[in-house]
Design a protein around this ligand. Structure first.
Ligand code: PLP
Length: 400
């Protein structure tokens, strides 16, 4: 497993050495814990500023807090309909039509899940037959490989080009008779890459030619910069019945702890996803689904404001990292800067440990985004208050 190399993840790997699991290792023995979440624990232990895990240290919009409290008070405290409260599915259907240009029937084509994390896991379990192969572009958000393995698939890691665009020949070569699905994440974590219409058309052609399903994680769809536009792969002709579009309230509304997300797909795919979702979680938190309806009613200016805020934060962190000696580019979207640390002469894991222990800033070692490689990279998030970022930059200046 890739994380066994990192050193940070190694300590948490379950060792099937003795006792109950000595002769019967379980699937859990093949995984290490998430490096990203582990860095959060290390940041807490060392009182470091956490620029590792992507969650805001500022509050969500006031309207959403009120809506959540009102929903609890108004007795939305029992199970919602398994695939999501009707008013939330209706609101999602309307929103996705105007923003993403896609039509989904709220009765048969929308499933509300416990975050996009569950949406991805349920979707993989719904489409994968054990032994199938799944294309995972590299670098990747670290859940996708374990998700594929949990569903019995073999992940096929396909490197993106140096500028994070799609290397068409590598993708074509990666597809085999066993390939069943392609995972896409746009805007991308960790690279910030927003895939272009041309790149999406290439993926569409690959999916159609080889009868593949696309699982597309679009959790950062509203966090885009410099006039760029997010395009949903599922909105391309030919992708209607072979795409699961995954979204979430976590990042757009700064409520990562609410655990409300969704999977959008045609009725056939949705009926499969719903069965898995039902047995995995029964449903997403009922009062927070009601508050999510309020979130979807926020005006267009909310989304513009969100992108503007993150644009300012992007520049604060970028300038600070440059000053401290990191080599990096401004990301096109999402809220991470993926830096090159070759100039510092330490591996990603050693450098991440040094930063958290001695400098007081936590970042994520690059190797946790790669099956092979990434040791010359570190990821920082700028989903923090300006003051938090400024203090982190002050601390990082000591490196210069
Ligand atoms: C690309 C990506 N997908 C999914 C998630 C998790 O999302 P959720 O909170 O909706 O489960 C994250 C969180 O950082 C992410 O970066």
């Amino acid at each position: 497993m890739k994380h066994a190399r990192s050193g940070i993840g190694r300590t948490q790997k379950t060792a099937a050495k003795e006792g109950l699991f000595a002769k019967h290792p379980s699937r859990a023995d093949t995984f290490t814990e998430s490096v990203i979440r582990e860095m959060t624990r290390l940041a807490l232990a060392h009182n470091a500023i956490n620029l590792a895990q992507g969650f805001p240290d500022f509050p969500c919009p006031e309207e959403l807090k009120t809506a959540a409290s009102v929903a609890v008070r108004d007795n939305h405290n029992q199970y919602a309909i398994t695939w999501g409260a009707k008013n939330l599915r209706d609101a999602l259907s309307a929103r996705v039509k105007t923003f993403n240009g896609m039509d989904f029937d709220p009765e048969t084509e929308i499933t509300v899940t416990c975050g996009s994390t569950e949406a991805m896991m349920a979707s993989m379990l719904a489409v994968i037959r054990p032994g199938d192969e799944v294309i995972v572009p590299e670098p990747f958000y670290e859940n996708y490989g374990p998700d594929a393995e949990i569903s019995g698939a073999v992940p096929k890691y396909v490197p993106l080009a140096a500028d994070f665009s799609i290397n068409e020949e590598a993708w074509k070569k990666a597809v085999s008779r066993k390939t069943r699905a392609i995972i896409l994440n746009t805007p991308n974590n960790p690279t910030g890459k927003i895939f272009t219409r041309g790149e999406l058309a290439f993926i569409r052609d690959l999916c159609v030619d080889h009868n593949l399903v696309a699982l597309t994680d679009e959790i950062y769809e509203h966090i885009v910069y410099d006039g760029r536009k997010h395009i949903s792969l599922g909105s391309l002709d030919g992708m209607e019945d072979r795409t699961v579009t995954i979204g979430s309230f976590s990042k757009t509304y700064s409520v990562t702890g609410w655990r409300v997300g969704y999977a959008l797909a045609d009725a056939d795919l949705t009926s499969r996803i719903r069965k898995i979702h039902d047995f995995l979680t029964v449903g997403a938190p009922a009062p927070l689904q009601q508050a999510a309806v309020t979130a979807l009613s926020l005006p267009g200016s909310y989304y513009l404001g969100l992108a503007e805020e993150y644009n300012r934060k992007r520049h604060i962190l970028y300038n600070g990292l440059k000053k401290a000696g990191f080599s990096c580019e401004l990301p096109e979207g999402a809220y991470y800067i993926f830096t090159d640390i070759a100039g510092f002469g330490k591996s990603d894991v050693d450098f991440a440990r040094y930063l958290v222990e001695k400098i007081g800033v936590a970042a994520v070692p690059g190797s946790s985004f790669y099956h092979t490689g990434g040791e010359t990279k570190l990821r920082f998030t700028f989903s923090k208050l300006d003051g938090t970022l400024e203090e982190a930059c002050r601390r990082l200046e000591k490196l210069a």
